[in-house]
Unconditional design. Structure first.
Lengths: 153, 194
């Protein structure tokens, strides 16, 4: 709470914005404004100038909210209740399927990695066999060539 | 409804909203009973269309029901609900391309806006609301928040997302406009206000 004295100018600004009812004045300036109001006749004159508008603003407000709207608002929990319950349950129990999903993913990755390793081995094996077959073919070709040479007249 | 209504039992509101977060429909209905009318009044001043205002109030309370656990007790529940309603109303205004109506500097007493029929006015609630409808949207919103719904200046500035100084400026201009209108009406009735 600010206890610094209020200037007349600031007091007038408060009145013009918030009116003459002290409960509307900003809390940190309220005590000082009340003090000025109690001690200054010119401050009271300024306050009276705002009084009529304050009275006008205090009349019961209309239009009243419709009964239909009240019914609709009160029906929201029933209409949305199942959805909300499902949503909250889903959040609360989310860790169970999440854990299962994570485990399945981990197993999948592990199996995938193993499979990839095996594939690489097979490829290497095929490569070796192919290379061996190629060498053998070349050897036969060379042998054949020598034989052909030896059969030549 | 009175301006003091907004300051009722704020601690109870905070307890109720915790219960709403646990799915307590009775607590939710208590909050509807406490706040629906003031929120409707506020949104109606922003949108100036009853059907749109009712839609926004319903959406506000739907969010309360679904997202009560998001409430942080740094602000009163009333402030939190007004803030949600304000944002929803402004979204709707943007979607309806009514945003150009939010002109804080205009002086409705000099413009072509809706004017109360001075032959048919008395200083009553209907006249007040017609006068509020004639204000620029943000001036009317500030007036409703502080003078009718009982929010403090600080709370109203949070709802409208403006500084407290800017809120005071809105209130000052709004009150001047209303006083001018009131003077016109009174002049028509009884020869002026002294």
């Amino acid at each position: 709470m600010n206890d610094a004295p209020l200037t007349q100018t600031r007091f007038q600004a408060l009145l013009e914005a918030y009116g003459a009812q002290p409960e509307r004045w900003p809390e940190h300036e309220r005590n000082a404004a009340i003090e000025l109001l109690n001690s200054s006749e010119s401050a009271r004159v300024l306050a009276r100038e705002q009084h009529e508008l304050d009275t006008w603003l205090s009349v019961p407000s209309i239009p009243k909210i419709s009964a239909k709207l009240i019914l609709s608002l009160n029906a929201i929990p029933e209409k949305q209740g199942k959805l909300l319950l499902a949503r909250r349950l889903r959040i609360r129990t989310l860790w169970v399927p999440a854990l299962g999903w994570a485990a399945a993913t981990a197993v999948g990755i592990w199996l995938g990695a193993r499979s990839a390793s095996a594939d690489r081995y097979v490829v290497k094996s095929d490569d070796a066999a192919e290379t061996a077959a190629q060498i053998e073919n070349e050897r036969l070709a060379i042998s054949g060539g020598l034989f052909d040479d030896s059969e030549a007249p | 409804m009175s301006h003091s209504h907004g300051r009722e039992q704020p601690d109870d509101d905070a307890l109720l909203i915790v219960r709403v977060g646990e799915g307590d429909a009775d607590a939710y209905r208590d909050l509807v009973r406490r706040h629906a009318e003031r929120l409707h009044l506020f949104v109606l001043r922003l949108l100036r269309n009853s059907a749109d205002a009712e839609d926004v109030v319903q959406e506000t309370f739907l969010r309360l029901w679904l997202h009560a656990t998001d409430y942080k007790p740094t602000a009163r529940v009333a402030t939190w609900l007004h803030r949600i309603a304000h944002n929803l109303a402004f979204d709707r205004m943007r979607s309806l391309r009514h945003f150009e109506e939010i002109d804080d500097d205009s002086d409705p007493t000099q413009g072509d806006g809706p004017q109360p029929d001075i032959l048919d006015v008395k200083r009553d609630a209907e006249t007040l609301h017609r006068a509020l409808d004639a204000l620029p949207v943000r001036q009317a919103a500030a007036m409703v928040l502080v003078h009718l719904n009982g929010l403090s200046g600080k709370e109203a500035s949070e709802v409208l997302d403006v500084s407290e100084g800017a809120l005071e400026s809105l209130l000052t201009r709004a009150r001047r406009n209303l006083k001018a209108r009131m003077g016109n009406l009174s002049g028509a009735d009884s020869g002026g206000i002294q």
